[in-house]
Design a protein around this ligand. Structure first.
Ligand code: ATP
Ligand code: MG
Length: 321
């Protein structure tokens, strides 16, 4: 439903999007990640026809956004960054206006407004002027505008930004539900959101694509994804490390903490680490070492994100140098 091919964007002579390609099919929720200034919103603005491309092409449902903009724009709903809306309109007025420009009038328009307002919990503020809305409500209004015509494609730039935890949860459920039969792109800085709603993730860094895969594949890159943490009781740290590192399955044993007789160790497996935790438990039992906790650490997305987007640890300048 969305096909981006070698998309580039220059502002002046500065490449902000430096040739990225990806596609999104129906039934997919694509997470769009990247540090501030990476080019996410710029890419979304090009997908939605708000900014012209410098090079490359984008099509929505087979319609080229630059050659066939009206056809392409019928197929998607767009929640832009910072949720812009006409400040002097009322919530209900803005939704009716949005329905009208989507070609929904009369009974169909009324039904579309009611449905979208219901899904976004706006019933209580329908008469309120937009400039008096709180940030979260303004965001919900803009989301309602995006889904009004029930489009097959949704482009959502930070859809949960500014929402309270209950609303965040509900918005994620809604996106996941809609993702079953729509093609959705969601940009976000909240990494657990990616695990919660996305079927695939791309990460861009300084305008280039650095990752394209499933959240699971992303997690598999976590540096500590397969290590086992164990808390032992009544055992000296140095002694434990020396004994553990003698075992062929353990590549490295590291003391993370030692207090009140509790010794916390991180154990890194040699090779792939299948049955690693189980082997450790067997070994501890054989030595009669008492442990009060033993678990395999699941990888952390923020570690992978940092790894992929700042490999040299250097300070980042905005955009591409
Ligand atoms: N109209 C413009 N003219 C010049 N530079 C621009 C323009 N719009 C965006 N930029 C620059 O392009 C770069 C990418 O911005 P963009 O808004 O796409 O980043 P982003 O990935 O959405 O970041 P954030 O996570 O902060 O929302 C930034 O350095 C920004 O300053
Ligand atoms: Mg942005």
């Amino acid at each position: 439903m969305i096909e981006a091919t070698s998309v580039k964007k220059y502002f002046g002579d500065r490449p902000v999007v430096a040739g990225i390609s990806f596609s999104v099919a129906r039934g997919e929720v694509l997470g769009f990640l990247g540090p501030n200034g990476a080019g996410k919103s710029t890419t979304m603005r090009m997908i939605t026809g708000f900014l012209p491309l410098s090079e490359g092409s984008i099509s929505i449902g087979g319609c080229d956004i630059e050659e066939n903009p009206v056809e392409a724009k019928r197929l998607f709903g767009y929640l832009p960054e910072n949720a812009p809306a006409y400040q002097d309109m009322s919530v209900g007025g803005f939704l009716q206006f949005s329905a009208a420009i989507r070609g929904l009038s009369g009974r169909a328009g009324k039904a579309a407004v009611e449905r979208a307002a219901g899904l976004c919990h706006l019933e209580g503020v329908m008469r309120q002027p937009i400039d008096t809305l709180s940030k979260g409500y303004r965001h919900r209004l803009c989301f309602a505008q995006a889904i009004l015509h029930d489009p097959p494609v949704l482009i959502l730039d930070e859809p949960t930004d500014g929402l309270d935890p209950n609303q965040k949860h509900e918005m994620r459920e809604l996106i996941r539900e809609m993702g079953r039969d729509k093609a959705i792109i969601v940009s976000t800085h909240i990494l657990e959101e990616v695990e919660a709603i996305c079927t695939r993730v791309i990460i861009i860094d300084r305008g280039t694509l650095v990752f394209n895969g499933t959240p699971r594949e992303l997690l598999a890159r976590a540096p500590h994804g397969d290590r086992v943490l164990v808390i032992l009781r009544g055992i000296d740290g140095e002694e434990a490390v020396a004994a553990l590192e003698k075992l062929p399955q353990i590549r490295r044993a590291e003391i993370l903490g030692e207090e009140e007789g509790r010794l916390t160790l991180a154990l890194q497996p040699t090779g792939k680490g299948e049955d690693f935790a189980w082997n450790i438990k067997k070994m501890l039992d054989e030595r009669r070492w008492e442990f009060c906790e033993l678990h395999t650490e699941s990888g952390r997305l923020d570690e992978v994100f940092r790894d992929l987007t700042a490999p040299d640890g250097a300070d980042r300048k905005e955009g591409v140098a």
